[in-house]
Design a protein around this ligand. Structure first.
Ligand code: AP5
Length: 217
């Protein structure tokens, strides 16, 4: 089964991806994580993506589509969580074509509905493990080891784009580009909404219900 997690920055896509991977047989493609790794490794893709990401803008479709196409080739037969891709209608249409080549399709698109007013607090307080990617929050999910990850001992970092001045642009990009993508999937009757204002374990149960229904066909 292939699913897309779609929602505003900070709506909880990464948090739920990790819960799904812990319990089910999914692999995750987080395009944000792939881009951040490319920047850290100083690759050409990372070099061109950095200026867009630092400003809260989307990386151009051609770059993202090529990147995902490469990834999908190696995932034949696996269940993939697409986290942060697609974000534009052009990306969504390309993804269908790429999956067709693997005789696969998107089974469900899970939309994380949230009141935008609470996103700034979620993002400015987020801390991420630089080694294993575990996601924390300084108030709602602090690490018991301070600036160190409870799971792997890595150091926790504050993402460069989680500053208030960048978050506004990320939210504007979400409205402008990902809003129409959500409507695209709604039109195809693949979209299911979950309330991502609830506690993470409650959101997770909602997602599990969606997956159980999708499995029944
Ligand atoms: P990306 O890394 O994908 O960022 P994003 O989509 O903005 O999403 P986030 O990772 O910020 O949030 P999330 O929904 O995963 O929330 P999380 O679970 O961490 O993209 C970054 C950039 O890369 C983009 O701006 C763009 O430049 C580029 N890019 C990436 N993909 C692209 C594409 N396809 N096309 C073009 N450009 C692309 O949670 C956030 C915080 O809230 C955490 O602290 C967490 O603990 C807390 N939290 C989570 N759930 C809950 C809950 N239920 N209740 C309370 N707190 C919660």
């Amino acid at each position: 089964m292939n699913i897309i997690l779609i929602g505003a920055p900070g709506s909880g896509k990464g948090t739920q991806s990790r819960l799904l991977i812990d319990k089910y047989n999914f692999v995750q493609l987080s395009t944000g994580d792939v881009l951040r790794a490319a920047i850290a490794n100083k690759t050409d893709v990372g070099f061109s993506a950095k200026s867009y990401m630092d400003q809260g803008k989307l990386v151009p479709d051609e770059v993202m589509i090529a990147l995902v196409e490469d990834y999908i080739l190696g995932q034949k037969g696996k269940s993939v969580i697409f986290d942060g891709f697609p974000r534009t209608v052009a990306q969504a249409k390309s993804l269908d074509l790429m999956l067709e080549k693997n005789a696969a399709q998107i089974d469900k698109v899970i939309y994380f509905k949230i009141n935008p007013q609470i996103l700034v607090k979620r993002l400015t307080g987020r801390r991420t493990c630089s080694q294993c990617g575990e996601i924390y929050h300084v108030e709602t999910k602090p690490s018991s080891k301070g600036h160190i990850c409870e799971k792997c001992g890595g150091s926790l970092v504050h993402r460069a784009d989680d500053r208030e001045e960048v978050i506004g642009e990320r939210l504007a990009q979400f409205e402008k580009n990902t809003g129409p993508t959500i409507e695209f999937y709604r039109g195809l009757k693949r979209l299911v909404e979950v309330d991502s204002m609830s506690e993470p374990d409650v959101v997770f149960k909602e997602i599990e219900k969606v997956l159980a229904l999708a499995n029944k066909g």
